[in-house]
Design a protein around this ligand. Structure first.
Ligand SMILES: Cc1cc2nc3c(=O)[nH]c(=O)nc-3n(C[C@H](O)[C@H](O)[C@H](O)COP(=O)(O)OP(=O)(O)OC[C@H]3O[C@@H](n4cnc5c(N)ncnc54)[C@H](O)[C@@H]3O)c2cc1C
Length: 443
């Protein structure tokens, strides 16, 4: 993710730099370097960084399934979306500070050396004034949104509704960028890039405002059964209408049981049998999921959007030995993997599968995992109970596993555990293991 965002920012900077070093015909050559020129360039560069990242965030918000493969899954697309948005707002704040610096520069060096403004007629001037006003308003709204996004205690449900204002803010910023970009940009690569970003981001905003995101992947169905296999756990099986094209084990879907509540992402914890049935195991992790089993009724309608995700069972002749790690409800993709292997046990990879639970006896999945693994001799299940102080660590992987140093890890569980494991593996010289992770957090 970091490399992708760095490359994206570098590309934008390159286009901006090109314009600086090779000004369009008819535009005066490179301006002398003084405080006013530095301010002007800083203004355009921070504006470009902010707007291009905002456009990227907007396009990624449309859940582009065709980008799942290069990005490694929709959860990763969401992570890039989130960080592109955070960076965009940070650069917008910088842009605003640079804009406000004119009084300071005036006080320090006077008006001398101030770059001449683009002149494009009275209509353009009027539009530019409006664009400036709107841009300032949008920056304040964006900063407020950033604070709420980073303040994790702010209720997700309210944040989600407030977040719906983003396409409107984006269109405001597109207007600001289109009218305030220097006129000579439009004959340069930077202008072509800006036009592409405005077009992509605006189409994405309209899609979001019209409710078209994910429309082609939406299928209606009914809740077939609801169970409560353990405290705070809801197991729901849904039967979907024709139009559901099936899923690969490990994928997830956005599930809407209640129109007013909206969609929540859940992993499809069952293998695809081609009969339109999908099962979800839902842990009470917040307001909506608490007591869900009591609110759902067999026969009630459900809407599913998906499937999404690339946390797929690794297969093929060149696959490496594997280590699967599940923490708590992160077991759901592995349930689907194990179910899908039941029909072809000989295709199961060589795996050490670690499942971390608080208490073995009361855990609703241990017995099911044992039954599923019993038919798969190459899958070695290790249950670790935190109550008995059995903690999963890099050393545990080295001591208990029969896999080699170059095995690959498939992880779904708490972020803290993933960070500890990654650091631990590096410290004991096992950092070469590839680490695939499914993120259960999108905000
Ligand atoms: C790819 C993926 C797969 C998941 N699979 C499972 C699963 O198989 N079983 C399971 O129990 N949980 C799963 N989750 C987590 C589940 O989506 C949240 O626990 C649930 O949405 C919490 O809703 P809440 O209103 O009860 O909690 P809240 O307290 O409102 O939210 C808790 C956290 O859940 C996330 N969340 C809440 N609502 C949404 C939403 N509409 N869209 C995106 N994220 C949201 C946010 O990160 C939020 O901070 C998955 C999450 C993701 C991203």
């Amino acid at each position: 993710m970091k490399r992708f965002l760095a490359a994206f920012i570098a590309l934008v900077t390159l286009a901006w730099g090109w314009n600086l070093l090779a000004p369009a015909a008819g535009v005066s050559a490179v301006a002398p370097v003084n405080a006013w020129a530095v301010r002007e360039h800083a203004l355009t560069l921070t504006g470009l960084w902010s707007f291009s990242l905002m456009s990227l965030a907007m396009v990624l918000a449309t859940r582009p399934a065709w980008l799942e493969r290069p990005f490694g899954g929709m959860d990763r697309i969401y992570r890039v979306h989130k960080w592109a948005g955070i960076l965009a707002i940070s650069f917008a704040a910088l842009h605003w500070l640079v804009e406000m610096s004119d009084d300071v520069i005036k006080a320090l060096v006077g008006r001398e050396g101030r770059l001449p403004k683009d002149h494009g007629g009275s209509v353009l001037e009027a539009m530019r004034d409006v664009a400036e006003e709107l841009g300032e308003f949008a920056i304040y709204a964006l900063l407020a949104m950033l604070v709420l996004t980073l303040w994790k205690r702010f209720p997700f449900k309210i944040w989600r509704y407030l977040h719906k204002i983003m396409p409107v803010l984006y269109l405001t910023l597109a207007f600001h960028a289109a009218f305030l970009a220097p006129l000579d940009y439009w004959g340069q690569p930077v202008g072509a890039l800006l036009a592409l970003l405005i077009a992509g981001g605006s189409v994405a905003s309209v899609q979001a405002l019209a409710g078209w995101i994910g429309q082609r992947r939406r299928v209606e169905g009914v809740v077939e059964s609801v169970r409560e296999p353990g405290a705070g756990l809801t197991e729901v099986t849904c039967r979907l209408n024709e139009g559901w094209r099936g899923h690969r084990a490990g994928q997830f879907a956005f599930v809407t049981f209640d129109k007013f509540e909206g969609a929540h992402p859940f992993t499809i914890a069952s293998a695809d049998r081609g009969d339109g049935r999908v099962r979800f195991e839902i842990k009470a992790l917040g307001d909506y999921t608490k007591g869900l089993a009591r609110r759902l009724q067999p026969g009630q309608p459900v809407r599913i959007e998906g499937p999404y995700g690339c946390f797929n069972l690794p297969s093929g002749p060149h696959r490496r030995d594997q280590v699967w790690i599940a923490g708590g409800i992160g077991v759901t993709p592995f349930l689907a993997w194990l179910e899908s292997l039941q029909a072809t046990p000989d295709k199961a990879p060589d795996v050490d599968f670690y499942y971390s639970v608080r208490q073995r006896e009361s855990d609703p999945f241990v017995a099911r995992l044992e039954a599923l693994c019993a038919t798969l001799p190459s899958v070695r299940l290790h249950i670790l109970c935190s109550e008995r102080k059995e903690r999963l660590s890099a050393e545990t992987l080295r001591e208990r596993g029969r896999h080699g140093k170059r095995a690959e890890i498939w992880f779904c569980g708490p972020q803290g555990l993933a960070d500890t494991l990654r650091a631990g593996l590096r410290s004991i010289g096992m950092g070469g293991m590839r680490f695939h992770q499914e993120a259960f957090e999108m905000r």
